[in-house]
Design a binder for this molecule. Structure first.
Ligand SMILES: [Fe+2]
Length: 285
C-alpha cells in the first residue's frame, strides 16, 4: 500500500493516501462502475460544440476534439468511455486533445491498455496530451508509454506546430511543474496559440499572453452539482470561477470540460460528462 505518490506529482497528502488505500479495497472488482452504469442516463455524454474564428484569412480550418478526466478505474463505466470515443470518432477531427487524469487510484498495465485503446479509436491527424494530478501521483510512465503507443504526443511544457497554429501544453499546475515561458517560447512565430492544461488553474499562467484558447478539465463540473449545474464543491481556485463550459478571459477562450469519469464519489448529479468539438476558422470565416 503506497502511502506516498509513486509518480513525480506533488501534493499527495497522507490523508489522501489512506483514503485511496481504503477505496482500493472498498471498490475492488469495480462494482461501483457496474452499479452506476445501470442508472438511467448515467452513460450519456454531451458533445459540446464551439467555433474559434482566429485563423488568418484563407487559412485551412482545423477541427479540434477534446476529452478529459477519463478516470479509468473502479468508478467509471467502460461503456461511458466507449460513448465518448464514438462521439469524437464521428466528428472527423484534425486534432485530438486529451486533458489528463486518465486513471483513478492507480495506473496498471490494464488501465494503460484501456487508455491506449481509447486513443486509438479516435482518428485524428494529430493526437496531443497532458497529464493530470491523478496520473502524476501514480505510475505515469505506464500511461505515457500507452499514449505514445497509440500515436499520442505528450505536450509537457512544449508545443507543436500545425500550419498557422501552435498547440502548446503545460504540466499540471497543482502537482506538476508548469513552465508557461518555455511552452509559449516553443510556439515560435505561429499566428495562433492554443493551449492544453489539465486544470483551469493554468489560466492565470497564460492570460494576456496572446493565447487564443485554453482547454482544461479537472473540475468535473463539481461532479455532484445543484440543478442547473451549479457545483457544490470544485477542486482548485480557478475551478470555482470557471467550473465548466466556455468563458472569455483576458482575450482567451477558456474551454472547461466536465470530463468523463468519476473519482472518490462513484456517481454524478447535474454534471453530465462531456467532450468538446471546436472548429478553428478564419477571422470572419
Ligand atoms: Fe484532476
Amino acid at each position: 500500500m503506497p502511502l506516498r505518490a509513486v509518480g513525480r506529482g506533488a501534493g499527495y497528502s497522507f490523508p489522501r493516501a489512506v483514503q485511496e488505500a481504503v477505496l482500493r479495497r472498498a471498490y475492488a472488482g469495480g462494482w461501483p462502475a457496474r452499479l452506476w452504469g445501470r442508472v438511467p442516463g448515467a452513460l450519456e455524454v454531451a458533445c459540446r460544440h464551439g467555433t474559434l474564428a482566429v485563423l488568418p484569412p484563407g487559412a485551412a480550418p482545423l477541427r479540434l476534439g477534446f476529452a478529459s478526466d477519463l478516470h479509468i478505474g473502479p468508478t467509471t463505466p467502460p461503456a461511458l468511455l466507449d460513448r465518448a470515443a464514438d462521439l469524437l470518432a464521428a466528428a472527423d477531427l484534425d486534432v485530438l486533445l486529451l486533458g489528463g487524469d486518465y486513471v483513478f487510484l492507480e495506473a496498471t498495465d490494464a488501465t494503460a491498455a484501456t487508455l491506449a485503446t481509447f486513443a486509438r479509436r479516435i482518428p485524428a491527424r494529430h493526437k496531443l496530451a497532458v497529464l493530470g494530478n491523478h496520473d502524476l501521483w501514480t505510475w505515469h510512465g505506464r500511461l505515457e508509454r500507452a499514449l505514445e503507443s497509440a500515436g499520442v504526443s505528450l505536450l509537457t511544457n512544449r508545443a507543436i506546430r500545425i500550419g498557422d497554429v501552435a498547440v502548446f501544453g503545460l504540466d499540471d499546475p497543482w502537482t506538476g511543474a508548469p513552465d508557461a515561458d518555455a511552452a509559449l517560447a516553443a510556439c515560435g512565430d505561429a499566428s495562433v496559440r492554443i493551449g492544453l492544461v489539465h486544470s483551469p488553474d493554468g489560466m492565470p499562467l497564460v492570460w494576456d499572453r496572446g493565447v487564443a484558447a485554453l482547454f482544461c478539465g479537472h473540475t468535473h463540473g463539481g461532479q455532484v452539482a445543484l440543478p442547473g449545474g451549479r457545483p457544490i464543491i470544485v477542486p482548485g481556485p480557478a475551478g470555482k470561477v470557471w467550473p465548466w463550459g466556455r468563458h472569455e478571459v483576458g482575450g482567451t477562450s477558456l474551454f472547461v470540460s466536465r470530463g468523463l469519469g468519476g473519482v472518490e464519489v462513484p456517481f454524478r448529479a447535474n454534471a453530465e460528462p462531456d467532450v468538446w468539438v471546436v472548429d478553428v476558422t478564419s477571422v470572419g470565416g
